[in-house]
Design a protein around this ligand. Structure first.
Ligand code: ATP
Ligand code: MG
Length: 187
């Protein structure tokens, strides 16, 4: 599952859990982006990576990969998938992403080759209508997840406004954000 995870929240975790169940996945690898071409993360890659590790630590099927944050330059999904498939040559890869990201998939670098590397799964959330790009049928699936109207932008806005984010993000992540004073507009 790719994302900026700035910060990771319970919407991401529910989506991952639902997809893992529906597609009988052995493992979900959360892959925080390095430098995405379409948006600039607020927090450093290291903070975003560590929050993802804290959020997923208790789940034996969830892991976090550094492939994107350790590869210099702009993050492209084609490079992420190429690297993950060479690290796990026997794995059958699924790329999980939100409906918004899937809709933009045709704008991604080398998108025609993407279908050969993974099955793409678009998860829906409130307010996001699915518009599927043209793709070979076998490489794309959609899944509706329980409506969790949480986004990282909303979490960041709440923190900078001094509002609570308990239960929107995992407890350990709330504590990490507090400890490092993240998203308060000072760093
Ligand atoms: P931002 O508000 O900064 O755009 P985000 O909440 O969308 O952040 P991302 O890190 O961009 O978080 O999310 C990675 C992927 O997870 C995206 O493709 C996004 O659509 C999806 N996603 C985010 N929140 C949810 C949610 N509540 N339910 C289902 N999918 C979600
Ligand atoms: Mg988003």
């Amino acid at each position: 599952m790719g994302g900026t995870f700035d910060p990771i929240h319970n919407g991401h975790l529910v989506a991952a859990s639902e997809v893992a169940d529906a597609f009988a996945l052995d493992e979900v690898i959360f892959v925080p982006t390095g430098e995405p071409w379409h948006k600039k993360p607020v927090m450093s890659a290291e903070h975003r990576y560590l929050m993802a590790v804290i959020a997923t630590a208790a789940n034996p099927r969830f892991t976090v990969s550094r492939v994107d944050i350790d590869r210099p330059g702009t993050t492209y999904t084609i490079d992420t998938l190429t690297q993950l498939s060479s690290e796990r040559p026997d794995a059958d890869l699924f790329f999980i992403s939100g409906a918004d990201a899937i809709a933009q998939i045709v704008a991604w670098k080398d998108y025609a080759k993407l279908w050969t590397l993974a099955t793409f799964i678009g998860v829906t959330r409130p307010g996001h209508k699915l518009q599927l790009p043209e793709a070979p049928e076998a490489s794309m699936s959609l899944l509706e997840v329980p409506a969790l109207a949480i986004s990282s932008s909303d979490v960041r806005d709440r923190i900078s406004a001094g509002k609570p984010v308990w239960y929107l993000v995992p407890d350990g992540v709330v504590q990490y954000i507090g400890k490092h004073k993240l998203y308060r507009g000072e760093n």
